[in-house]
Design a binder for this molecule. Structure first.
Ligand code: NAD
Ligand code: USQ
Length: 383
């Protein structure tokens, strides 16, 4: 089966492309490399030194004998996109190629517009390309758990059955995104659902939680294959940031009271979820939604786990509750379903087992690359 990984130079995409290649899929990577450009604009860099995409792919081929095709360009450019699809002839499309930072989208009007245009137009172009020339192709699209927000009822997988005034229907689950980035994913979901209904496309929307870790079987094979690990206040995510802060002796930056509960998963489970979704495609006309995460934690408890693991390694880890730069609930109910991927065979890695191997050890190893000016958050949600 031929799988084109859009955003294959990024954190989830690189690990997924190698995993699928290792499992015998014919893999192509499409990426505009814009994420490397945004890092340069912000003056930020991944903790782990990542090689240029051409060198990474060449090393993979030298090590395994498996070839990965490369298409460098922007999916907002329809001519480029359709040409790449014609050349690659995918059976499945995996779409990671979006601006994925909530703080980046909240910097100012320009960054909010950039995020929504990049994400919504890119996905809409893909839907049109599928309708016009690849109607049987299965799109596996990355959404986010943050589309749902933090409602005071259980979060279902995409749909909820509601009784109202004596009538009953199963409808898209209500969305309450917490940033212009998260809102872009809601807009994508609406457009994709419509395309499935009117054109009979087959799509799986994976509402993924916060991903942690840097190690997968394939990216661990060689230093040149190492994945990115972001720790800065814009692209770094909670748990990855906490581990790097622990490694350099910076107090862990818990925003506000730390009662914000989120859904999490190990990057080794991300790549497995992608494989499961591809191997079990949605039906024609089906807009299938899976919640892609394995465990739920609040950020205060995560910080305590990192402190304990760090102290066991001999690090001196402190926790600092700093003013929350975001506008979000800090004490709330959060209980999300995640049975669909488990039923397809996902066997979760648990954070308690993998904090050291997959994360803290890397943070310690590369600690000299940390720029301390990028630890504290600088982007505010408020006016
Ligand atoms: P990333 O920034 O590391 O990778 C995204 C890649 O997409 C980059 O290489 C970038 O250059 C490319 N890209 C962006 N816009 C593009 C465009 N218009 N055309 C072509 N390429 C483009 O991000 P990531 O962490 O790997 O996230 C991948 C996807 O997974 C995103 O859609 C994100 O919203 C989603 N997601 C990520 C997480 C997480 O914790 N990292 C959690 C849930 C969902
Ligand atoms: N947080 C801290 N301290 C930090 C960083 C974050 O307390 O140093 C808190 C935030 O306030 C928030 C929670 O941790 O309550 C999660 O923040 P995050 O930066 O780890 O994650 P988020 O902004 O939600 O975005 C990330 C990815 C995004 C993905 C999303 C999944 O960047 O691409 O969509 O996780 S989810 O959160 O489920 O929507």
């Amino acid at each position: 089966m031929r799988v084109l990984v859009i955003g294959g130079d990024g954190y989830c995409g690189w690990a997924t492309a190698l995993h699928l290649s290792n499992r015998g899929y014919e893999v192509g990577i499409l990426d505009s490399l814009v994420r490397r450009h945004w890092d340069m604009q912000l003056g930020a860099d991944t903790l782990t030194p990542i090689a240029p995409i051409q060198q990474r792919i060449q090393r993979w081929q030298d090590l395994t004998g498996k070839k990965i095709d490369l298409f460098i360009g922007d999916i907002n450019n329809y001519e480029f996109l359709i040409d790449a699809l014609r050349r690659f002839q995918p059976d499945s499309l995996v779409h990671f190629g979006e601006q994925r930072s909530a703080p980046f989208s909240m910097i100012d009007r320009e960054h909010a517009v950039l995020t929504q245009v990049n994400n919504v137009v890119g996905t809409l172009n893909l839907l049109y390309a599928m309708k016009d020339e690849f109607p049987d192709c299965h799109l596996v699209k990355l959404g986010t758990m943050g589309e749902y927000g933090t409602p005071n009822i259980d979060i279902e997988e995409g749909y909820i059955t509601i009784e109202h005034n004596g009538r009953k229907d199963t409808l898209p689950y209500p969305k309450q995104p917490g940033s212009f980035y998260h809102a872009s994913k809601v807009h994508d979901s609406t457009n994709i659902h419509l395309a499935c209904r009117i054109w009979g496309l087959r799509v799986t929307d994976l509402n993924q939680g916060v991903v942690y870790g840097v190690l997968t079987e394939e990216t661990g094979m060689d230093e040149m294959l190492i994945n990115r690990l972001d720790y800065d206040g814009v692209f770094g995510t909670a748990l990855n940031r906490f581990c790097i802060q622990a490694a350099i002796g910076h107090p862990l930056t818990v925003y506000g009271s730390g009662g914000q509960t989120r859904a999490f998963l190990d990057i080794r489970d991300t790549v497995r979820c992608m494989e499961l979704a591809i191997a079990n495609p949605a039906q024609a006309g089906e807009f299938r939604v899976f919640n892609q995460f394995t465990e739920m934690f609040n950020v205060g408890d995560l910080a305590i786990m990192v402190k304990k693991a760090g102290n066991a390694l001999g690090l001196n880890v402190e926790i600092n509750n700093i003013d929350n730069p975001r506008v979000e609930n800090e004490q709330h109910y959060f209980n999300a379903k995640n049975t669909n991927l488990l039923e397809l065979g996902l066997q979760p890695h648990l954070l308690s087992d993998s904090l050291l191997d997959s994360l803290l050890n890397f943070a310690v190893k590369y600690q000299n690359r940390v720029d301390k000016n990028h630890i504290l958050p600088k982007v505010s949600w408020r006016r």
